[in-house]
Design a protein around this ligand. Structure first.
Ligand code: PGA
Length: 229
């Protein structure tokens, strides 16, 4: 199973260092075989002595150049970062990333050999229109994306379930993951209010290969508990 922690705009450089040390110790002591990823904020990127895969929450599709406030491949490579999140709904919705921009970013990081966790998800008004509307909304988010890319992991995150404490139901996850797997045969994560209470149920659903976790990943012990359930 894959367990990915997305810190978003949380944690500092100092607290991330402590977090990685704590989590790494727990994973080592328990001989944990899960695939664990952590996506800290840019300012906390570093070379950590750990089996945890460190990734970037974002990146600008350039090696370097004049792009004030952005980070390119050169800056990520300094810390050995070769994994990136692309298409997260917060970037699509709050930062205004269009599908075209997301696809351009995807191609660039693909060309640079990055492992990509590509996020898709529907807003509540689409979910309320029923399964067909959800499917077409989600499949449209594969536009311009090379879904055959060998280093691709998909994360299905219904927007209405992110940070709301309201996870999708087992049936919603089961049916959506089934449809997605039929279109794209890649590891498929679920994300959206995953926590210690619902983790067991979510991981037991067919076609769920892991989870992308925000709030419940912010504490190292709590995140580790998800793997122990
Ligand atoms: P959440 O966030 O676990 O806080 O709902 C998930 C995500 O945005 O990846």
């Amino acid at each position: 199973m894959i367990f990915a922690a997305n810190f978003k705009t949380n944690h500092t450089r100092a607290s991330t260092k402590k977090y990685i040390e704590t989590l790494n110790q727990k994973l080592t002591d328990s001989e944990c075989k899960e695939e664990v990823y952590v996506f800290p904020p840019f300012t906390a990127l570093d070379t950590f002595d750990t089996t945890i895969k460190m990734g970037a929450q974002n990146g600008y599709p350039v090696r370097n150049g004049a792009f004030t406030g952005e980070i390119g491949v050169e800056q990520l490579e300094e810390f050995g970062i070769k994994t990136i999140l692309i298409g997260h709904s917060e970037r699509r919705e709050i930062l205004g990333e269009s599908q075209e921009r997301v696809a351009k970013k995807f191609s660039f990081f693909q060309e640079n050999g990055f492992e990509i966790i590509y996020c898709i998800g529907e807003p509540l008004e689409v979910r309320e229109q029923g399964d067909e509307a959800v499917t077409s909304h989600l499949l449209a988010q594969f536009e311009g994306i090379d879904t055959a890319y060998e280093k691709l992991i998909i994360a299905y995150e219904p927007i209405w379930a992110i940070g709301t404490g309201r996870s999708a139901t087992v049936e919603e996850i089961r049916s959506t993951h089934k449809v997605l797997k039929q279109s794209v045969d890649k590891p498929l994560l679920y994300g959206g209010s995953v926590n210690v209470k619902n983790i067991q149920e979510i991981l037991s659903i067919e076609n769920v290969d892991g989870v992308l976790v925000g709030s419940a990943s912010l504490d190292a012990e709590n995140f580790y508990q998800l793997m122990k359930k």
